[in-house]
Each structure stands twice: as structure tokens, then as C-alpha cells.
Design a protein around this ligand. Structure first.
Ligand SMILES: C[S@@+](CC[C@H](N)C(=O)[O-])C[C@H]1O[C@@H](n2cnc3c(N)ncnc32)[C@H](O)[C@@H]1O
Length: 285
């Protein structure tokens, strides 16, 4: 029997590295706040998390960690926000690893949690499978391949709230391109089609980390609003960092403005704890 995830014979050389920059904070800090609020104030019991770009459960630090990120990561050990608490719990056994969205969710969520994890990379997909055997959430699903194939086949709704996370390298308004790690406008139509039969609330998190190829954020946001709007998704909040330029946005269907309030709390705590200047806009009125 496996005693702990650390007991699994994963060769450390095989563990992918993560970016180790403020993009990780932007992706995970508000996500953890929302999980906390959903279970404490919204009475959500059974949650489904679909992560289209799942990554392995724990990544290692790259050799060239940004000094800002290292300083912030060291400071996370004392913080009280849901992200910091989960991060601390998950890195107690070894401080040189960084937890994924799915690992953070499993740490924070107390009720039934269905994980649907898409991963195109062979090593990461096999590590996800090994980890899930140990972590043992409810009937987890690993889709080894491009997330688009799973969504095109249709998603099944489980529980009473669904979060779908997209953490690609970047959103490219001019895709499709050969790079399947990018997200394109047509992908959002696929998301709308795959979730149109869901009867419970759905929250989508989308991130982008580059404005290359004529992808200035106001134009990207217009595309997100327009495409997701066709599925009755409304912006719950857009968090941005100007330097380096990064953006994560939450779009919800059948969700309340209190989730925008939770994003406001997340922003305040991120700014106070990291010293970085995150902004929040496009909240629900
Ligand atoms: C930036 S990481 C995602 C980080 C992750 N969401 C987290 O928990 O922080 C991107 C991951 O998505 C995977 N990936 C890239 N393109 C993909 C695709 N089209 N379908 C599924 N996985 C993909 C990569 O192999 C990588 O592990």
C-alpha cells in the first residue's frame, strides 16, 4: 500500500518545472479564495474541477527562479489566506515543490470533489494517475491528450458546482495555430457547447501571460466576453498585473456577485502579502 505520495517512485529528474513567477500567484491565489467562499458562504457541497491544462500535481523549481517569486514564496509560510494555508500544507513534506490547481483544490475542498484533469504531456499525465491513486478523490478522470478532444466528446455534469480552469501559455486571438498549448477564440465556442446542458452554476477561469502576436489584453477580453457571452457567461472579475503583463479572468453562469466580492478580498490579500500591484476590474454589479 502506498503510504504517501512521496513514496511513489517518481524519478525527480522527470518532474517538470513550473514558471516560478507571479503568474503562479495570479492563477492560484484567487482560485483558492473562491473555493473557500463557495464552501463556506454558498453551501456548495459537491464540486467538479475540470482542469484543461492540468500539469503534474507537484512541479519543481526551475534553476533560474525570479528573486521576487522566491521572496514571496518564502513569505507564504506565515500567511492566513486560503492559498497560503493550502500551499503550506502541501509543501510541508518537501519545500522544493509547487502544487498544481488540482492539488490545491484537493487540499482545500472538504466535500466530494470530482477531478477531471486533461494533460497532453506523457510524464505529467502518468504522474497525475499515480498521484490520484494516493490522493484518492471521488472517481477522478485523467484525459491524457489534448483537452479539446474531451470537450468535443461532451462533458458530464457532476455535483452542484463546476469550475473549469484554463491555464495555457497564452490566448491567441488569431489562432488556431500549430501550438496546442495556446488557447484560441474557437476554443471558447467548444467550452460553451460542452457546458450548455449543465443545470448548476459554472465558473470558468482563463489566464494569459503574453501580449505577443497582437494580443493586447483589452482586445483579448473583448473576445472572451463575446464568445463566452453566447453561453450566458458573464465576467465575475478580471485580475491583472501590469509588470510583467499577465491576466486571469473569471466568467460565471448562474453565479452571484458575492464571487466578485471574494475576488476583491483575494486581490487585497495578494497585494498586501506580495507587495505586487494586482488590479481587479469587470466585476458583477
Ligand atoms: C502552465 S501548465 C498548467 C498549470 C496548471 N493548471 C496548474 O495547476 O498550475 C500547462 C500544462 O498544460 C499541458 N498542456 C499543454 N497543452 C495542452 C492541451 N492542449 N491539452 C491538455 N494539456 C495541455 C502542459 O503539458 C502543461 O503541463
Amino acid at each position: 500500500m502506498v503510504r504517501a505520495y512521496e513514496d511513489l517512485r517518481i524519478r525527480i529528474a522527470d518532474v517538470p518545472t513550473f514558471a516560478a513567477n507571479p503568474g503562479n500567484l495570479l492563477q492560484h491565489w484567487p482560485f483558492c479564495y473562491l473555493l473557500d467562499v463557495l464552501q463556506r458562504n454558498h453551501g456548495v457541497r459537491a464540486l467538479t474541477l475540470v482542469d484543461a491544462y492540468a500539469m503534474c500535481p507537484f512541479a519543481t523549481y526551475p534553476s533560474d527562479v525570479e528573486p521576487t517569486f522566491r521572496r514571496i514564496a518564502d513569505g507564504l509560510r506565515t500567511g492566513k489566506s486560503p492559498y497560503e494555508q493550502a500551499w503550506r500544507a502541501l509543501t510541508q513534506a518537501s519545500s522544493d515543490r509547487y502544487p498544481s490547481t488540482a492539488a490545491l483544490a484537493l487540499s482545500l475542498w472538504h466535500g466530494p470533489l470530482k477531478l477531471v484533469l486533461c494533460e497532453i504531456d506523457d510524464v505529467s499525465a502518468s504522474q497525475l494517475r499515480d498521484w490520484l491513486q494516493y490522493a484518492n478523490p471521488m472517481n477522478p478522470q485523467v484525459h491524457h491528450g489534448d483537452w479539446r478532444a474531451l470537450f468535443a466528446a461532451g462533458l458530464t455534469e457532476h455535483g452542484d458546482f463546476t469550475i473549469i480552469s484554463f491555464d495555457p501559455k497564452m490566448f491567441d486571438r488569431h489562432g488556431p495555430s500549430a501550438n496546442r498549448s495556446h488557447l484560441w477564440p474557437d476554443d471558447l465556442d467548444l467550452v460553451v457547447a460542452a457546458t450548455q446542458h449543465f443545470i448548476h452554476p459554472v465558473l470558468i477561469q482563463l489566464s494569459t501571460y503574453s501580449t505577443n502576436r497582437d494580443n493586447a489584453y483589452p482586445a483579448v477580453l473583448r473576445t472572451w466576453r463575446e464568445r463566452l457571452g453566447k453561453g450566458a457567461f458573464r465576467s465575475v472579475g478580471v485580475l491583472r498585473l501590469r509588470h510583467p503583463t499577465m491576466m486571469t479572468a473569471f466568467f460565471g453562469r448562474a453565479v452571484t456577485s458575492s464571487l466578485s466580492g471574494a475576488l476583491g478580498d483575494a486581490r487585497r490579500s495578494m497585494c498586501a502579502r506580495t507587495g505586487l500591484d494586482f488590479t481587479l476590474s469587470d466585476t458583477l454589479g
